[in-house]
Design a protein around this ligand. Sequence first.
Ligand SMILES: NC(=O)c1ccc[n+]([C@@H]2O[C@H](COP(=O)([O-])OP(=O)(O)OC[C@H]3O[C@@H](n4cnc5c(N)ncnc54)[C@H](OP(=O)(O)O)[C@@H]3O)[C@@H](O)[C@H]2O)c1
Length: 284
Amino acid sequence: MADKSQILAMPEISLGPEVRGMPVLGFGTAADPPVDAETTKQAALQAIELGYRHFDAAALYNSEQPLGEAIIEAINRGLIKSREELFITSKLWCSDAYAPDVVPAIRKTLQKLKMDYIDLYLIHWPVSSKRGIYEYPIKKEDFRPLDFQAVWAAMEECQGLGLTKAIGVSNFSSKKLADALYTANIPPAVNQVEVNPCWQQKKLIKFCKDNGVVVVAYAPLGAVGTFYGTNRVMESEVLKEIAEARGKTVAQNKELAGFSAMGFGARHWGGCQKLQQGQDAAQP
Ligand SMILES: NC(=O)c1ccc[n+]([C@@H]2O[C@H](COP(=O)([O-])OP(=O)(O)OC[C@H]3O[C@@H](n4cnc5c(N)ncnc54)[C@H](OP(=O)(O)O)[C@@H]3O)[C@@H](O)[C@H]2O)c1
């Protein structure tokens, strides 16, 4: 078991008075190539043991069920007292991004997570896709226009019903976010987007900051090793020099773990295994 004295206090970001503070560093649950449910469960359990309290899931990732099981086991083992100690994000997949499908989709998510509520529910991408298909990348012929106003109203209903404490978006550009802010009754609390030293998104981050939308950074290591990622972050000579000067690894650079003051570094399973092996210091 992790030595509790080595677990650092994790700063939290407020998404509003009704929402548990969001720990700035979270644990991602997407795996590419995909892993089996037991691997996901064990990784999440290890992450809780190491002190992670913020988990990033999605209907697309097939991680909700094993994450829910890991949380129950963590409670049974006494690693945490209750689910309230955690901040759980999940996401509406594009094939459910139709107004009548949103509440049923979050109920399915909650059923898999074995929870009454999640802390944050996001529209995963600003598009809809053919109903019934959960796959990424989406085939060209499966794209459908997103009726944002109607889908967002259903997201607001999810929050009103207490199924999620906060709602937000993911992969929204400044333009799309501006349109969203114009029509929303409840403004998106979060925009989860890719942010790392090779993709700094300065304009978008400024727009979000000016409009009170918290940016959550995904792929802080550049998603190295995934089909959508790049090795430019982990192989950056500048980051290697900074790491060397500090006696750290590239992944331990603060610039990656907390790249944006408003962001967090969601992690891949490999990150957890590397934490266990003492190779990584982006520790909570
Ligand atoms: N909203 C969205 O559309 C969206 C999109 C992508 C991701 N996300 C979220 O963000 C999370 C993280 O993003 P990501 O997995 O794409 O990218 P990432 O965290 O930048 O990169 C993960 C990759 O980094 C490697 N890695 C992890 N720790 C390392 C270490 N200490 N040293 C060297 N390499 C290390 C892993 O390698 P190994 O192969 O060795 O494990 C893994 O392949 C996901 O799990 C998901 O929750 C959201």
